[in-house]
Design a protein around this ligand. Structure first.
Ligand code: PRP
Ligand code: MG
Length: 210
């Protein structure tokens, strides 16, 4: 049988999900000592590729992989055609609107908001009937209100350490984020029983760990 190809988000997600994969009986020897390698096929049933979060959807949409493991932030940000089949209890965090202590949410001037997530940001401000200017940033978003690039940011908070250490405050709590397993629609039909096995085992491991 051909292995199922799985795009796994590099970094935090990969580190949090690997113990669940192992607990569900998947050989992750290579992922444990990965060095600079990007493809792992220690377990003959699966081939893992390590990719940046937004690229998970590119590989999935293209059909290059059958399964993706990615944060719901990425799914919420992009219009996507995958089925989210499983919610994992790892990677739990939340979108917030944050800024410096002197930020005035009622300010008269049109706000400038910096974010890695322009669609999520636009949806939030549309929802409260406010027109804002959005500046797309690639990382270290917390710098934007500190340097004067923007009035505030929309970003993800996990422990709150980054906000605290940069003296930023939360002004609004937006939607929560968690890690999800998503499946390509066509693959769901072609690899039905293999994908079902993967999901059942992973779900059991996740429930035990949670
Ligand atoms: C993420 C996020 C916040 C931080 C939140 O950034 O954008 O900055 O983590 O985590 P905390 O609440 O536990 O501090 P990341 O470290 O992924 O880097 P980047 O924003 O530069 O991409
Ligand atoms: Mg950050």
């Amino acid at each position: 049988m051909e292995p199922i190809k799985i795009a796994l988000t590099k970094g935090r997600t990969e580190q949090q999900v690997r113990p669940l994969l192992e607990a569900s009986g998947i050989d992750c020897q290579g992922l444990r000592n990965k060095g600079r390698k990007l493809i792992f096929d220690d377990d003959p049933r699966y081939e893992f590729i390590l990719v940046k979060a937004p690229d998970v959807l590119t590989y999935l949409n293209n059909g290059t992989v059958q399964v993706g493991i990615v944060g719901s932030d990425i799914l919420d940000e992009q219009v996507n055609f995958q089925y989210a089949m499983l919610n994992l209890s790892v990677g739990k965090c939340r979108f917030v609107l944050a800024s410096t202590a002197d930020f005035d949410p009622q300010q008269q001037r049109r706000k400038i908001i910096a974010t890695k997530y322009p669609n999520i940001t636009k949806r939030y401000f549309d929802g409260i009937g406010e027109d804002v200017e959005i500046i797309k940033i690639e990382g270290s978003v917390e710098l934007a209100p500190l340097t004067g690039l923007a009035d505030a940011i929309v970003d993800i908070v996990e422990t709150g350490n980054t906000l605290r250490e940069n003296h930023l405050k939360v002004y609004a709590r937006l939607q929560p984020v968690n890690t999800k397993l998503v499946v390509n629609r066509l693959a769901l039909r072609q690899y039905r029983s293999q994908i079902k096995t993967l999901i059942t085992n992973l779900q059991a491991a996740d429930q035990k760990a949670a």
